[in-house]
Design a protein around this ligand. Structure first.
Ligand SMILES: *Cc1c(COP(=O)(O)O)cnc(C)c1O
Length: 398
């Protein structure tokens, strides 16, 4: 008989009862160092006092009122995001895919409202991941995810990542904009070259296109700046955010310039839950931490340390790992053995990580991870690597 909980995930047989910082405990008392952060989402780790207190207090006061009324917590969070970024205006929703849907709608609306309604197509990239709604499956363009879901939503063209010539060649009179992750997450922690991002900005300016950034995974402090595009010194016209913005509470956002946002008049878009008092209280509590002086610098510093020490691990275990890639605390280890095997070995040694495309092991710990935790994490990675050495398998087989 089928499980009551639908079988659409491949779940590890672990159930966590509580967490603190970068650590999680199962009911039977086993402890795991969390280098996955619920897929780069638990940005402040587990049981963060400021975040949990804010949520508990707001939940007791009022959780939800709908967008029929003013929501001061949303006004405050939007104001702070505008102050901290390129954006002039913010729309709140509940997840990443929903943020991307909103971003695509805003880009199309802007074209339509400026007399360019025939421009409805988007240039997207091979290896991208934008979510699981019908339109975002098409934006993602992965045949495996699209299979069985009927006609593909029209309007998404794919070109190779980090190839500016391919982008320019794909621009037509129907192109509305470009949608890109500054660092591809699911695709295997593949960073866009900074010159590539700058080239995309220039191409958009030259052809009157909109640049839409999907910073759902690489944003919210993950790379050591609030948003990853800041490393390239460019700004988008519109940007989707989710995952880390709520520190584990479901929250997404679309940040836009005035030129885009001014077309989103009453009735053009909406959501029931989006931007409710509870979710925005969580968002504000996360920002309290991320915007505190020194926080983002500490992410960059810890990321650099982890990178340097992982590079040493790669040199030590060349038959297990090929290279380190990524930025800040969004790092990937390209594996020479199946990444799933390494991930299982890590789990057996007490660490949680996530696999990604191109046979990569994704290391995206909470941004509040301590140096002591990083030291322990590196020890666990070494122990797992010893288990995964092809020579170790041979010894075991004899
Ligand atoms: C996770 C992710 C999404 C989808 O977010 P959901 O909250 O799962 O809908 C979209 N884009 C990127 C880059 C992501 O990492």
């Amino acid at each position: 008989m089928i499980a009551a909980l639908m079988p659409n995930y491949n779940r590890a047989d672990l159930a966590f009862e509580r967490g603190e910082g970068a650590w999680l405990w199962t009911a039977d008392g086993r402890r795991f160092l969390d280098f996955g952060a619920g897929i780069a989402t638990s940005s402040l780790g587990h049981g963060h006092p400021g975040l949990t207190r804010a949520i508990a207090e707001q939940a007791a006061r009022v959780m939800h009122v709908s967008n029929l009324y003013r929501v001061p917590q949303a006004e405050e969070l939007a104001r702070r995001l505008v102050e901290a970024t390129f954006a002039d205006s913010v729309f709140f929703c509940n997840s990443g895919a929903e943020a991307n849907e909103g971003m695509v709608k805003m880009m199309r609306k802007t074209m339509s409202e400026t007399g360019r309604g025939e421009r409805y197509r988007f240039i997207c990239f091979e290896g991208a991941f934008h979510g699981r709604t019908l339109a975002m499956l098409a934006a993602t363009g992965n045949a495996k995810y699209l299979s069985g879901y009927g006609p593909e939503c029209a309007g998404f063209d794919h070109v190779p990542f980090n190839n500016l010539n391919a982008v320019r060649a794909a621009i037509t009179g129907e192109t509305a904009g470009i949608i890109v992750e500054p660092i591809q997450g699911e695709g295997g922690i593949r960073p866009a070259q900074l010159q590539f991002l700058q080239g995309l900005r220039a191409a958009c300016d030259e052809y009157g296109l909109l640049l839409g950034l999907d910073e759902i995974q690489c944003g919210m402090g993950r790379t050591g700046k609030l948003f990853a595009h800041q490393w390239a010194g460019i700004t988008p016209d519109v940007m989707s955010v989710a995952k880390g913005i709520g520190g584990g509470f479901p929250l997404g956002a679309v940040l836009a310039t005035e030129a885009v946002a001014r077309h989103m008049l009453p009735g053009t878009h909406g959501t029931t839950f989006g931007g409710n008092p509870l979710a925005c209280t969580a968002g504000n509590a996360v920002l309290d931490v991320m915007l505190a002086p020194g926080f983002l610098d500490s992410v960059a510093r810890k990321g650099q340390r982890l990178w340097d020490e992982l590079a040493a691990v790669v040199r030590e275990f060349p038959d297990v790992f090929e290279e380190v890639r990524g930025a800040g605390l969004m790092l990937g280890l390209k594996c020479a053995v199946p990444a799933g095997d390494v991930n299982n070995a890590l789990m057996a040694e007490g660490m949680l990580a996530v696999t990604a495309g191109e046979n990569v092991l994704r290391l995206v710990p909470p941004l509040v991870i301590t140096d002591e935790d990083i030291t322990q994490g590196l020890e666990i990675i070494r122990r797992a690597a010893r288990r995964c050495r092809p020579s170790a398998a041979k010894v075991a087989a004899q």
